[in-house]
Ligand binder design. Structure first.
Ligand code: SAH
Length: 352
């Protein structure tokens, strides 16, 4: 099969044999990339029209019990300027977000154990009571099935937990030994089983990542069928063990967005902040390759610069949720528009 045939077959059948997936990644060239993006846009248009969904992201704490080698929030980074928001501050941001027009609020944090499960449930149910037409997404890491069930019962609609790498060996090169791909996978299947719209995903060009690792990621995603898929380039952080590792570029992420749009046409795929950080036009390139979600920052300005997963993370300017109008303009300029619906997965029946 040549690259053209691979793309057409992926478009028609949603999957390729494993060895062809590997070649698809290694045999990229500008001309066939264009074909991939064209096909991805066709699929995107069939499922979502020209709608782009906006999510207001509240990064409510940068405390973390974990020590992931790539992440600036890792517990061993004593230089991180730590903060966590109170329930009232979080609620205030959510209400402000709804006023700005967001109908999904994403609550993300490091794994901060100072919030009890009751606290998380309280925060979720308060937002749902105050803003009944708004979806709440949690992204607070690995928990037990019972904990996930509590959050779901409190009203959380969606959960983001990137799998980071579906190769256990590669996973072990990115994380200390108390974190395993096996448990990450258990979490994701629990989340799906409970009824969350579930998000997985990986970094691209993370240290030691091979083409075979990316193929494993694709096969894992094809098996899990997450409702949401977040991918972005690895970007090094100066106070982590990976400080000297080269950051990834936009190209591979944009390419993989196209591939994933063909493999999982109904998925909600964000053009991520990391993609927008590594390339000022990254967001646009992502959308034109099949992405259909953008997640502007809704955290209070005073803490916005402190959620530093990696160096150079954009957090002001059009990144800020209050610049919604400017962001909408950018989306219009490339022929799409910001939708005002909640943007649920087309695979999910709304449960309430
Ligand atoms: N504690 C939550 C949120 C983690 S931060 C959780 O475990 O899900 C969200 C995502 O940022 C991570 O899943 C990771 O894929 C990404 N990330 C972290 N450090 C990064 C880096 N140095 N470069 C690029 N992406 C990074």
């Amino acid at each position: 099969m040549n690259q053209r045939e691979r793309i057409i077959r992926l478009f028609e059948e949603r999957i390729l044999p494993e060895d062809e997936l590997a070649r698809l990644i290694t045999e990229r060239d500008a001309e066939t990339d264009e074909l991939l993006y064209e096909k991805a846009r066709i699929r995107q248009n069939e499922v979502f029209g020209k709608d782009i969904y906006l999510r207001g992201l509240i990064e409510f704490s940068n405390y973390c019990r974990n020590d992931c080698y790539y992440c600036g929030l890792r517990r061993s980074n004593t230089k991180a300027d730590r903060y966590h928001l109170t329930k009232d501050e979080i609620l205030g941001c959510a209400v402000q977000g709804r006023e700005l027009g967001f109908r999904t609020i994403v609550l993300q944090s490091g794994e901060d154990l100072s919030y009890s499960d009751q606290d998380i449930c309280d925060i979720v149910s308060s937002i749902k009571n105050r803003l009944p037409d708004t979806a709440v997404t949690l992204s607070i890491g690995e928990k037990t099935r019972e904990q996930y069930q509590m959050y779901y019962d409190a009203g959380a609609d969606r959960y983001l937990l990137r799998h980071e790498s579906a190769s256990p060996e590669h996973y072990a090169k990115l994380h200390p030994s108390d974190l395993t791909f096996e448990n990450r996978k258990r979490c994701l299947y629990d989340l799906k089983d409970i009824g969350f719209q579930t998000g997985a995903g990986m970094m691209l060009e993370s240290p030691y990542q091979t083409t075979d690792d990316i193929v494993k990621d694709l096969l894992f995603l094809a098996e899990l069928k997450p409702e949401m898929i977040g991918i972005g380039p690895f970007i090094s952080h100066h106070d982590t063990p990976f400080r000297d590792m080269p950051s990834g570029g936009a190209d591979l992420t944009v390419f993989m967005i196209g591939v994933l749009r063909l493999m999982l046409p109904e998925a909600l795929i964000p053009a991520t902040t990391a993609l927008g950080t590594i390339d000022p036009m990254g967001r646009e390139k992502g959308i034109l390759a099949g992405a259909n979600v953008i997640m502007p920052n809704l955290s209070p300005r005073s803490v916005r610069g402190k959620y530093l997963l990696y160096d150079g993370k954009i957090s002001t300017g059009e990144e800020g949720a209050e610049s919604r109008a400017k962001l909408c303009e950018r989306i219009e300029r490339i022929g799409y528009h910001a939708a005002d619906s909640r943007g649920d997965s087309p695979l999910m029946k709304q449960r309430r």
